[in-house]
Design a protein around this ligand. Structure first.
Ligand code: FEO
Length: 170
């Protein structure tokens, strides 16, 4: 059983993670359209990861004997000005998700839900990694000013990213 305030907040987070997934899928489409399959692959893997985040929350709600409530996913952007702009938007979005996760932890503390507080620690740690990964790519992109041969090389590097489900620990 979950307190109503906790359940509502987790349901909102399921929606936020699903939105994140489709935001990155939209970015993947943008990169395909620009002829950058490596960056498109990176974003597609990001999309897959976000779905696992949403599902981890979904399964937790079920485990606690409650019914997850799925909500409409708002329209995500489909256009960006360039590669630096897209990664700046990604970083900003991840910083926003970090705030949402911190807010969830605050609610868990407020309603004295120690189990949920412990469960959320995985997300707290994941956000540190997410922000660090995006910041590193953004720094690389700024070094090459988002253009030229550097982009070609980075795109090749991005092709090597493979999907690993980090939510599965055992
Ligand atoms: Fe699930 Fe990228 O936050």
């Amino acid at each position: 059983m979950l307190k109503e305030k906790m359940l509502n907040a987790i349901n909102e987070q399921i929606n936020a993670e699903q939105y994140s997934a489709f935001l990155y899928l939209s970015m993947s489409a943008w990169f395909h359209d620009k002829g950058l399959p490596g960056f498109a692959n990176w974003m597609y893997i990001q999309y897959q990861e976000e779905l696992t985040h949403a599902n981890k929350l979904f399964n937790y709600v079920v485990e606690r004997g409650e019914k997850p409530e799925l909500k409409a996913i708002k329209q995500m952007p489909v256009e960006w000005e360039g590669i630096i702009d897209i990664y700046e938007a990604t970083l900003k979005h991840e910083q926003h998700v970090t705030e949402l996760i911190n807010n969830l932890v605050d609610i868990a503390i407020e309603v004295k839900d120690h189990a949920t507080q412990s469960f959320l620690q995985w997300f707290v740690d994941e956000q540190v990694e997410e922000e660090a990964n995006v910041t590193e790519i953004l720094d690389n992109l700024k070094l090459i000013d988002g253009q030229g041969n550097g982009i070609f090389m980075l795109d090749r590097e991005m092709r090597g990213r493979t999907f690993v489900d980090d939510t599965v620990t055992e």
